[in-house]
Design a protein around this ligand. Structure first.
Ligand SMILES: Nc1ncnc2c1ncn2[C@@H]1O[C@H](COP(=O)(O)OP(=O)(O)OP(=O)(O)O)[C@@H](O)[C@H]1O
Length: 257
């Protein structure tokens, strides 16, 4: 389950506003994909379409050749975990309870959680450095701590597809790197799709990058194919120099100011 995602001729509008225009993309297991592009270019809207949070105006998203509209939400949650951009939790759940919710697609009720679920939750809470927060109320955490807890919950879902909508936005540089390393280390069994604003991080971590602008795919391919002066000028309207990172050999961008 969750070996391949195919997006075919996807269009999406909010009311009269066309936000995604004829997008066709494929994502395969074992790869880390980044979606990059300027503010308002449609990145989150694309992720929301892939995760069935919203429904395409035209076109379709398929997982393993099955239209996601025909997949029940509970089954979809076993295939796909989403870490959203804005996390709003108003309820007084403890951190442990929030992460345990990641196991609910496999259960009929809260009472069904067993020692295996607890072991899975503990493993991912330790990996995301949230175990020490387990008895705290989620409402009392900082933005970065909350994001780490939500990542632990998504990992506990043990889904084959992980969608990260700007996971790194609240995280300091240490956690940005730690998290991207966690997802990279998991990628051989999964499809990871991350929205990233930091083009240098996208370059280091991605097998493939998708560059969006005004709701259209402007470029897709390896970091070397996508991160070039012309594409960056075209889309972000800035002048950059591109060097080869001496350690990783990936393209490294420096804005010329
Ligand atoms: N719920 C909504 N109703 C109406 N318009 C929306 C809604 N959500 C997003 N939009 C508009 O759709 C466009 C694309 O938004 P989206 O959030 O997908 O962009 P993004 O590339 O993720 O941006 P950012 O980098 O700023 O997060 C924007 O012009 C935005 O104003």
């Amino acid at each position: 389950m969750g070996q391949k995602i195919d997006i075919k001729n996807l269009n999406f509008s909010y009311g009269d506003k066309k936000v995604l225009k004829d997008i066709s993309l494929s994502f395969n297991k074992g790869k880390f994909y980044s979606i990059i592009g300027p503010n308002g270019s449609g990145k989150s809207t694309l992720i929301k379409n892939i995760s069935k949070m919203i429904t395409p105006s035209l076109g379709s998203v398929f997982i393993d050749h099955q239209d996601i509209c025909s997949i029940k939400n509970k089954n979809l949650a076993k295939m796909m975990a989403v870490i959203p951009q804005n996390i709003l939790i108003d309820y007084d759940f403890t951190v442990f309870e929030i992460v345990m919710m990641g196991r609910s697609p496999y259960k009929r009720s809260f009472q069904d959680f067993d020692s295996e679920d607890e072991a899975i939750v503990e493993r991912y809470m330790k990996a995301t450095n949230t175990w020490d927060l387990k008895d705290q109320l989620i409402t009392n955490l900082s933005g970065g701590e909350t994001q780490r807890v939500i990542a632990a919950r998504a990992l506990s879902q043990e889904a084959d597809i992980i969608l990260l909508d700007e996971l790194t936005s609240h995280l300091d540089i240490q956690y940005q790197i730690e998290f991207l390393n966690i997802f990279k280390s998991l990628k051989q069994d999964k499809i990871i799709i991350a929205i990233l604003h930091d083009l240098n991080l996208a370059s280091i971590y991605s097998d493939e990058i998708i560059l969006l602008d005004k709701g259209q795919v402007i470029a897709k391919g390896s970091p070397r194919e996508v991160i070039n002066k012309e594409n960056i000028k075209n889309v972000y309207h800035i002048t950059v120099e591109i060097f080869e990172n001496p350690i990783s050999q990936y393209p490294y961008i420096i804005p010329i100011v």
